[in-house]
Design a protein around this ligand. Structure first.
Ligand SMILES: [Ca+2]
Ligand SMILES: [Ca+2]
Ligand SMILES: [Ca+2]
Ligand SMILES: [Ca+2]
Length: 282
């Protein structure tokens, strides 16, 4: 209120009707009116001259701050659907160079729950499992690069909560170098961290793993939800293996990479893997 009164008083000083007798007076009045309009506008009244508006003053969104140096959080991002079932859609953020538990570049992903306020979210708080804002998905093994790709997956297991998929294109399943892995992580309401190592073992109730086929395939370089591909009522997912090839030469493989992934998998799972459709590049 005090700011508005000050702005009105300043405007009155700048606009001088007696100057209208000369053309320079008209120019002065025009500039004065423009200055007043800027000063009394919502943005002009709140932001000091020369200052850059903060994110929170420009929009109703919020920022997600990365946890540690060289994590590269935000290298991949996606909508995630309503993972915790609170009626608000959530997001997933990949940090494929993070090193959980000292595992160099095993990678992390973060599911951040939707919210209505614009307060910043610290991903470091989510890692601890104590923040109510979401949960972390920790990579399994050094150099896996989990979180290289992330996506919402729809409701893959049919429990009413949306699920997510995380790609780890540097993983070495059964010693197959860089064959890659992808993980479907089921939606849940709590904020306890998810360990991808537990999901790999097949004993975790929190999801399932999709192991790459052949060394150097880099499956999981891209992942996405696919909707209900086979019409069984369960949402399916798709995984790209950007460096896979079917007996073709290296030069042809390079050509294929420029267009699209030569090997993809479409999968339906209730609650364990029941259908796998392998679509080889033609
Ligand atoms: Ca939600
Ligand atoms: Ca689900
Ligand atoms: Ca590897
Ligand atoms: Ca399906």
């Amino acid at each position: 209120m005090r700011t508005s009164v000050l702005a009105l008083w300043t405007c009155a000083r700048k606009v001088r009707p007696h100057e209208l007798r000369r053309w320079r007076g008209w120019l002065s009045v025009s500039l004065g009116v423009w200055w007043c309009a800027l000063a009394l506008s919502p943005v002009g009244a709140q932001v000091p001259s020369g200052a850059v508006p903060s994110v929170s003053s420009r929009s109703q969104g919020f920022i997600l701050n990365g946890s540690s140096t060289n994590d590269f959080s935000g290298k991949s991002v996606s909508g995630a659907g309503d993972v915790n079932g609170d009626g608000l859609d959530d997001v997933i953020v990949g940090a494929d160079s993070a090193s959980p538990d000292g595992l160099n570049i095993a990678g992390r992903s973060y599911v951040v729950f939707g919210k209505r306020n614009n307060r910043p979210v610290e991903l470091a708080d989510i890692e601890s499992g104590t923040s109510p804002r979401g949960f972390v998905i920790n990579g399994s093994t050094a150099n896996d690069n989990s979180g290289r790709s992330v996506s919402g997956a729809g409701d893959v297991n049919g429990d009413g909560l949306d699920d997510v998929i995380v790609g780890a294109s540097g993983a070495d399943p059964a010693g197959r170098y860089d064959a890659g892995r992808s993980y479907v992580v089921f939606g849940k309401r709590n904020t306890q961290p998810v360990e991808l190592a537990d999901i790999e073992s097949g004993t975790s109730p929190h999801g399932f793993v999709i192991n790459g086929s052949t060394a150097n395939d880099n499956s999981g370089e891209s992942v996405s939800g696919a909707g209900d591909v086979n019409g069984d009522g369960l949402d399916d997912v798709i995984v790209g293996a950007v460096n896979a090839f079917d007996g073709v030469t290296d030069s042809l493989r390079s050509g294929l990479q420029e267009h699209h992934s030569p090997l993809t998998l479409a999968i339906s799972l209730p609650p364990f893997l029941t259908h796998v459709h392998q679509l080889l590049y033609q």
